[in-house]
Design a protein. Structure first.
Lengths: 297, 660
């Protein structure tokens, strides 16, 4: 039983990182609607930026800030330089998806070029584990959970109570309709990408320090787990993404108690496939046929 | 040839086979499959465990089988197993998924497979991988011992693969698969089982990938999961994008460019500092930029997909002497044979030269005239070829013939969330009639059309057509019964030529079987010549013959409408549902379309037409059904309906929402 609770504790930490990585993807997909294959690379870029700062000044806040800023820059530039020019031609969704794959190749290998493929050790000073309720959590664990809660609340406030949030939801509903009512849709999309990158870069920092080593494929290895959480919660629904992240994170950590830990990703991928097949709009959506007229069952 | 060059050539040749595999899935069928390299890997492993000697590794390491089978057995086993695995993965992933989700699902499958193979050592020795696989002919003349023999063997496989796939690509099966890529809804509307076609293409691609994997394993003589990442699949995609999506020669050129050319160029980039991966990194950045550049400047690739040429193969005599004859151009008169359509209501002499225009030059000497029985859009029309010939002004109630079939709908209900789009609607359409269906926006007319044609399945109610219940049947099955439909916006297969659109609209008649395309392409082509002649006659009638070799997507809106009519006629339907055929059509064309619809009815086809243009409707239909708020509220002639207060309230005046 206590093992199970420990698993839940680790699950909450994993879920926090996962939520921080998933919510921005879902946010972006609600507005720009692009299944971003390079999302993992934003995390990687954030992690490496934090590592560089760490080599000079060991300060967790500065490291986190650097990760967020670099992640934000990468996502913003990817949209402005690559995706937006293509999106103006109104291509098929798949073309944009393929472009993000190209972007993923480019970013990942630029990192490989500058930082080599060797794994870099990235550890914060060790802190003794605290016993909190049934859980056993380190300082970093607690920081991770707290950061996730703060960011989630911030996103909630932003979406619900600010003018930007309102405009953002309008664009998410219909880009063209928002445009004709005087909202600069492209601008909203740009800011959303920036926001996406800021949060994802920060998530990359947490992913990096929690795994302890950095490689150029750090984020990509995590990408499908992120997609699993996003799709489970319903793509384009930031709140669903939080819930999806908790389900996937806890499921992975608890499964690691019963099956070899190396298979825990299989659990996430399996949940992903099941969700897509049974509830393609996420577990919180009413189950109905995925395709409109035109789908042939 | 030096060993080095032989190595480069072997890599290029074997990976070309892999690219051809992806070209089937992505280029033909439009399946964005990210798992491709997993199938290559499985092919490699299966080849390995079939050809390796029995396992002597100590537990927990090891591998299964170890049959020490000959090369060809290993290759065939690899093809069969990857084909089976493709069937399993495709059967799950191809079910109703959006294109991008399909890609993500295949990626998830590939990663699960990689994880399991890497972790579970008794299967294929985990991350250690397998090595020491036999390479055939490695110790025999004639090309020396440095891999030349195997290169020659690989080239033979590539050429074989290429020829087989080209044959299938050009066969009715290949055309049907490409139609799914262009517009799967239209494919279903014309009787194609989209899911099965996609699955077949997925399996075919998987088999070819398995072959590539087997050759790869035999060439490298070692394989482990490290050499197997999604990136490998993306490099194959880069080859296709750059070479030309859907073009097999382009796929080979692209492979040599990406997998050999770019690799060799970046090999000479000096190593950056102590970064052993720097040339790899530069190569992949370069390829990422190349993909982007190609998609921006030349999305069709270096060699674009070839446009299908419309060629006639004349057939001599009632029993064509197999392939040899069918391939050879025939002199003199050739009679159409096989499959006379029951709808054949008129015959006329068609001067092939007149119809073909310049296409006639393709044929040897161009001196043959072909006598055909062309099924026309028009029922008994004067034999004058001009379409403007006068036609009967009103639909004369034709004597019921066995082919004239009506439609019966009772108590049909369909809800979307809380909205009951169709709510207990009943209607009946008399066989051979031209019936109108009108009603305000949101009355449920389009949903009704979708329900009858199987694009939506009803919550309750019955639909009877041709003596059987069709409610809830799939769209392609209903279409095959002869119940066809049009769409509010014409749906053609935009990337395929007008002629291909016509051929795809004709009854399938079992021609799309893979084995037929593979084994008897000549006979298929001969049988299809009759279809082509008929298609030309139909296109001539709507004035599109000159555009037969253009991609249908290039036609104007009005031309697409006319093509739609020609396609419906080609399908030889028994009942047609027309969904606002007048939408976006200019007045001159409108008259032409009225004629076409009349001719359709005179030819024995039952028609149910949704239309907002009441004058048009009145000039054509003797019987009109009115829908409002999901039910049929009245029916009769237009003059009767004008006197009906309910109809005036619902359609001509305001809908009283409170009644709902």
């Amino acid at each position: 039983m206590s093992n199970l609770m420990l698993g839940v504790g680790f699950g909450l930490v994993t879920a926090s990182i996962l939520a921080l990585a998933t919510v921005p993807l879902s946010l972006q997909m609600s507005v720009a609607r692009i299944p971003n294959f390079a999302h993992g690379e934003i995390l990687t870029a954030g992690a490496y930026a934090a590592y560089v700062v760490n080599q000079h000044i060991s300060n967790i806040y500065l490291e986190a800030l650097a990760a967020a800023l670099v992640g934000g820059a990468v996502a913003y530039l990817m949209n402005v330089l690559l995706l937006q020019p293509f999106a103006r031609r109104r291509p098929k969704l798949l073309i944009l998806f393929i472009l993000t794959i190209a972007a993923s190749l480019i970013i990942q290998n630029l990192i490989l070029l500058f930082f080599t493929g060797n794994s870099l050790a990235y550890r914060l000073p060790p802190s003794p584990p605290h016993k909190i309720g049934p859980f056993l959590l380190t300082g970093l664990n607690l920081f991770t959970i707290a950061a996730a809660i703060v960011v989630m609340i911030a996103v909630h406030v932003l979406l619900k109570y600010t003018k930007f949030g309102k405009a953002q939801r309008a664009v998410a509903d219909s880009k063209d309709l928002a445009q004709v009512t005087g909202i600069n849709s492209e601008r909203i999309v740009q800011v959303t990408w920036l926001l996406d990158g800021l949060i994802a870069g920060f998530a990359g920092f947490l992913l990096g320090v929690s795994s302890g080593t950095l490689t150029p494929t750090l984020g990509q290895g995590y990408l499908l787990v992120i997609f699993a959480a996003a799709i489970l919660g319903g793509i384009g629904k930031p709140y669903g993404a939080m819930a999806g992240a908790i389900v996937i994170g806890v499921a992975m950590e608890i499964s690691a108690l019963y099956i070899p830990a190396s298979y825990k990703e299989v659990v996430a991928f399996g949940l992903l496939i099941l969700t897509l097949l049974l509830r393609p709009n996420g577990i919180f959506a009413a189950p109905r046929a995925a395709g409109a007229a035109g789908a042939t069952a | 040839m030096s060993q080095y060059l032989i190595g480069l050539a072997s890599t290029g040749v074997i990976l070309s086979i892999v690219t051809l595999a992806l070209n089937v899935r992505w280029g033909w069928a439009g399946e964005f499959d990210i798992a491709l390299f997993a199938f290559v890997a499985v092919g490699a492993y299966i080849y390995a465990v079939f050809t390796l000697p029995p396992n002597t590794l100590p537990a927990p390491s090891g591998y299964i089988l170890g049959l020490k089978a000959p090369f060809l057995v290993g290759v065939i086993a690899a093809i069969v197993v990857t084909g089976l695995l493709s069937a399993a993965v495709g059967a799950v992933a191809l079910r109703k998924l959006r294109d991008d989700y399909f890609g993500i699902t295949t990626l998830a499958f590939a990663l699960i497979l990689a994880l399991v193979i890497g972790q579970y050592t008794p299967l294929f020795d985990g991350y250690e991988g397998l090595f020491g696989m036999p390479q055939p002919l490695s110790t025999a003349p004639p090309f020396g011992l440095n891999g030349g023999n195997f290169l020659a063997l690989s080239v033979v496989f590539l050429v074989l693969c290429f020829l087989v796939l080209q044959r299938l690509y050009n066969s009715p099966f290949g055309r049907a698969v490409r139609s799914v890529r262009e517009d799967d809804t239209a494919s279903a509307a014309f009787g194609r089982n989209v899911y099965v076609l996609k699955l077949k293409a997925y399996i075919l691609g998987g088999c070819v990938a398995g072959l590539g994997g087997a050759l790869l394993a035999a060439y490298i003589t070692a394989f482990n999961p490290y050499g197997w990442t999604p990136q490998e699949t993306f490099l194959i995609y880069a080859s296709i994008f750059i070479g030309g999506t859907g073009n097999a020669i382009g796929a080979v050129i692209g492979t040599f460019f990406v997998e050999v050319g770019v690799q060799e160029v970046t090999r000479y980039v000096p190593q950056l500092g102590n970064n052993a991966s720097s040339s790899d990194a530069i190569r992949l950045v370069l390829i990422g930029l190349l993909i982007t550049a190609v998609l921006w400047w030349r999305p069709q690739g270096i060699l674009p997909e070839r446009r299908a040429r419309d060629r006639l193969v004349a057939v001599g005599g009632p029993a064509p002497r197999r392939r040899a004859l069918a391939w050879a151009p025939q002199r003199g008169r050739a009679a159409q044979q096989a499959e006379p359509s029951p709808q054949a209501v008129a015959a006329r002499q068609v001067q092939v030269e007149a119809l073909e225009g310049s296409a006639a030059a393709e044929r040897a000497q161009g001196d043959g005239t072909v006598s055909v029985r062309a099924v026309q859009l028009s029922a008994p029309t004067p034999s004058a070829p001009t379409p403007s010939a006068p036609t009967p002004s009103a639909p004369t109630p034709s004597a019921p013939t066995p082919s004239v079939i009506g439609l019966e709908v009772t108590g049909l209900t369909k809800a979307f969330g809380g909205v009951k789009a169709v709510n207990g609607a009943s209607l009946s359409v008399a066989g051979g009639s031209l019936t109108g269906l009108i009603g305000p926006n949101g009355a449920g007319k389009s949903t009704m059309i979708n329900l009858i044609s199987g694009f939506e399945s009803p919550d309750s109610g019955t639909i009877t057509f041709a003596g059987q219940s069709i409610a809830g049947k799939s769209a392609h099955a209903i279409s095959r019964l002869g119940l066809m439909r049009s769409f509010q916006t014409p749906r053609e297969w935009p990337g395929l030529t007008v002629m291909e659109n016509m051929l795809l609209s004709m009854p399938i008649a079992g021609r799309e079987a893979i084995w037929r395309g593979l084994i008897t392409p000549g006979r298929l082509r001969a049988a299809e010549s009759a279809d082509r002649i008929r298609a030309r006659a139909l296109l001539d009638e709507v004035g599109l013959l000159g555009l037969k070799d253009e991609p249908a997507g290039n036609l104007s809106g009005g031309q697409k409408r006319l093509l739609e009519f020609a396609r419906l006629a080609a399908a030889s339907p028994r009942l047609v549902l027309l969904d606002e055929p007048q939408a976006g059509v200019n007045p001159v064309l409108r008259q032409r379309m009225a004629e076409l619809i009349r001719n359709m009815v005179n030819g024995g086809v039952t028609v149910l037409m949704v239309e907002h243009n009441l004058a048009f409707l009145e000039s054509l239909c003797d019987h009109v059904i009115v829908m409002a708020l999901g039910t049929c509220i009245a029916e009769g002639s237009m003059s009767e309906l004008r006197a009906n207060q309910d109809v005036v309230d619902a359609y001509l005046g305001q809908v009283n929402v409170a009644d709902a």
